[in-house]
Design a protein around this ligand. Structure first.
Ligand code: AP5
Length: 255
């Protein structure tokens, strides 16, 4: 352990130390982000993570990593994901139970894309009750289905960092180019503005698969919002607004 720390550059160690000092005064928070595909959960999560010092647990990202690595979990999950259906409750509850034990989750967590069924919500409550904790807030990214196709089909992702771009709403920036040129550049070259590496589109980010994903949301996930509404912890956001305005709503709901 000590040997590996010796290899970490001093600047990185100092930055991490300062982050931990800043985080020590923040209250613990356990937050769920819920909403249909493309509503902005993944866009807002890194901002919430930094501001409130929480870990970001996104079941979709974890499952995609398992699919790419061809682990037993990934092999089981792939077929459902490609079709835009939900994977089984047992698989996702298992990965969340494990992930919540990470040191980075000590101050709490953001659950992005979990729970997606009432069974998952009940199992989560049971897990937290065993630790003597509970969910503090559920952010409901409310948005009309009609807006989502353009967001989903225009999304491009940097696979190793998970950084997300959009041909129209969040094109990569290149010094010296205006926004229209950035968009053209992205369409032509599809490169990450930070690393210059190629961007990819998710296999399920097509108009056809989006239909199944939306159906799964309306049938299986909307009842989760009702479940938490009865507990009085849901904050409804206007997710159709521009990203910065949604961030302001998120901050109000969590402060
Ligand atoms: P998952 O990866 O969780 O996908 P999802 O819920 O469909 O959500 P997305 O990642 O598509 O959307 P997002 O809300 O994060 O949107 P983003 O911020 O990127 O799940 C994938 C699959 O895994 C599921 O279908 C299922 O098979 C399986 N799975 C996962 N969890 C599971 C569970 N718990 N149980 C069972 N199965 C599970 O935004 C989208 C685009 O819009 C971006 O390009 C962004 O730049 C742009 N954008 C964002 N906000 C705005 C804005 N305000 N205005 C304009 N553009 C915006």
């Amino acid at each position: 352990m000590a040997a590996s720390l010796e290899d970490v550059p001093s600047m990185e160690l100092m930055t991490e130390l300062l982050r931990r000092m800043k985080c020590s005064s923040k209250p613990d928070k356990r937050v769920i982000l819920v909403g249909p595909p493309g509503c902005g959960k993944g866009t807002q999560s890194p901002l919430i993570k930094d501001e409130f010092c929480l870990c970001h647990l996104a079941t979709g990202d974890m499952l995609r990593a398992a699919v790419a690595a061809k682990t037993p979990l990934g092999i089981k999950a792939k077929e459902a994901m490609d079709k835009g259906e939900l994977v089984s409750d047992d698989l996702v509850v298992g990965i969340i139970d494990e992930a919540m034990k990470k040191t980075s989750c000590q101050k709490g967590f953001i659950l992005d894309g979990f729970p997606r069924t009432v069974v998952q919500a009940q199992k989560l409550d049971e897990m937290l009750a065993k630790q003597g904790t509970k969910i503090d807030k559920v952010l409901n990214f409310a948005i009309d289905d009609a807006i989502l196709e353009e967001r989903i089909t225009g999304r491009w992702i940097h696979p190793s960092s998970g950084r997300s771009y959009h041909t129209k709403f969040a094109p990569p920036k290149t010094p010296g180019l205006d926004d229209v040129s950035h968009t053209r550049l992205l369409a032509l070259a599809c490169i990450c503005q930070v690393t210059g590496e190629p961007l990819i589109q998710r296999k399920d980010d097509t108009a056809a698969v989006l239909k199944s994903r939306l159906e799964a949301f309306h049938v299986q996930t909307k009842p989760v919002i009702d479940y938490y509404t009865k507990k009085g912890i849901v904050a409804n956001l206007h997710a159709e607004k521009p990203p910065k305005e949604v961030t302001v709503e998120v901050q109000k709901a969590l402060s």
